[in-house]
Design a protein around this ligand. Structure first.
Ligand code: IPE
Ligand code: IPE
Ligand code: MG
Length: 247
């Protein structure tokens, strides 16, 4: 309802095609805070709000899958104080976001190795997945302690294990089978990967899945990334010609 009003006010086109799967690197929180003379944590807090708004908006425009990069396998390199603050925020905001999204019937999924997270966060994640499994509409894949390379290694290990157990042979491995061993099992590849925050790199996000994704980069920092920015990215995507190696 709110977003319908937003769309009318901002003259966004409800008729434009929307991709099935959009993935976003939620980057720029620290710089957003620094620009305002605030601690980096303040940026993560507003970033968490931005996520909530975008996830609900995604549902309102009929997106099927939204994958967001929240914490990478490399982000543990940050000062302990920042990592702790992010984890605390995740506990608080994830709980609130899940409650909010339950109202909107958003299905939750997590990509990444959750075993390194606090037992409380692991429990929250498990509960969110379980409680929202029945919802249809949009599925949010929340990437936590996620790394594209770690995901490929994990898939390779799982396949090797199946070979050891005599369930398959190395030469039988196909792209399809490897896809099914990723966290993104059953999720179609993203057509559009968005990176706010001004950096022109993937930072280990969905390496396998984004082989043919269209990228959209913007200098807008994640805490300022709202529905209008998402619409700009979708419009850019709709203006592209995808060839998949053909002519
Ligand atoms: C993204 O924002 C959030 C995480 C990686 C956890 P950053 O914290 O990377 O913000 P910048 O890039 O320093 O501005
Ligand atoms: C990517 O952002 C990870 C997330 C947004 C979760 P980073 O801020 O960690 O990436 P780099 O360090 O600029 O490559
Ligand atoms: Mg960053």
């Amino acid at each position: 309802m709110l977003f319908d009003l937003f769309r009318k006010k901002k003259k966004l086109s409800p008729e434009r095609p929307v991709p099935t799967h959009i993935a976003i690197v939620m980057d720029g929180n620290g710089r957003w805070a620094k620009k305002r003379g605030l601690p980096r944590q303040a940026g993560h807090k507003v970033g968490a709000e931005a996520f909530r708004t975008i996830a609900n908006y995604a549902k309102s425009i009929g997106l099927k899958y939204l994958t967001v990069y929240a914490f990478s396998t490399e982000n543990w390199k940050r000062p302990e104080e920042e990592v702790n603050a992010i984890m605390e925020l995740l506990e608080k905001y994830l709980r609130e976001a899940i409650r909010d999204m339950e109202k909107n019937r958003v299905r939750f999924c997590f990509f990444g190795d959750l075993s390194r997270l606090s037992p409380q966060l692991q429990e929250e994640a498990r509960e969110a997945v379980e409680r929202s499994a029945k919802y249809e509409g949009v599925q949010v894949n929340f990437c936590l302690n996620y790394g594209g390379r770690a995901e490929v290694v994990r898939a390779a290990q799982r396949f090797a294990q199946a070979c050891v157990e005599g369930k398959c042979k190395p030469e039988e491995l196909t792209e399809r089978m490897l896809s099914d061993l990723m966290y993104s099992q059953n999720v179609p590849d993203p057509e559009l990967v968005i990176r706010p925050g001004g950096e022109l790199r993937t930072s280990n996000f969905l390496l396998w899945q984004s082989a043919y994704a269209e990228y959209y980069f913007t200098d807008v920092l994640w805490p300022e990334f709202g529905p209008e920015e998402l619409e700009k990215a979708i419009a850019a995507y709709n203006s592209r010609k995808r060839r998949f190696g053909g002519v």
